[in-house]
Design a protein around this ligand. Structure first.
Ligand SMILES: [Mg+2]
Length: 124
């Protein structure tokens, strides 16, 4: 089934790198969106939901951890799989964002294989 993806990161360069890595992983999406922070992402998701969100943590306006909490309160985002992509690797932070409703966590630097491993379960 065709899937849609949103990449949320405050760095446009990082969004490009993530997009390229997703393509290299062999995963295919029929629609891809981008957002520069959690607030912008939630606005776009409410207008047009996606299946999978790859979400940075440290961002201005609204961080990834805040975004996960907010997304889980919104009807359109209940089924959305949110996978965090961050340089932050503290176990407490990872546990906390997973408890808030994230579906996965990828630490930077990442590889196409890591994207394949973490996203494949949500591609059916
Ligand atoms: Mg950032």
């Amino acid at each position: 089934m065709a899937k849609s993806l949103m990449i949320v990161d405050d760095s446009a360069t990082m969004r490009k790198i993530i997009m390229r890595t997703v393509r290299m992983s062999g995963l295919e999406f029929d629609r891809t969106e981008e957002a520069g922070n959690g607030k912008e992402a939630l606005e776009k998701l409410q207008a047009s939901p996606v299946d999978i969100v790859l979400c940075d943590i440290n961002m201005p306006e609204m961080s990834g951890t805040e975004m996960v909490k907010e997304a889980r309160k919104i009807d359109c985002c209940q089924a959305t799989k949110i996978i965090m992509v961050s340089t932050e690797s503290a176990e407490e932070l990872i546990n906390s964002v997973m408890a808030d409703g994230a579906n996965g966590y990828i630490t930077k630097p990442f590889t196409p294989e890591k994207f394949q491993e973490k996203l494949a379960p949500f591609m059916n």
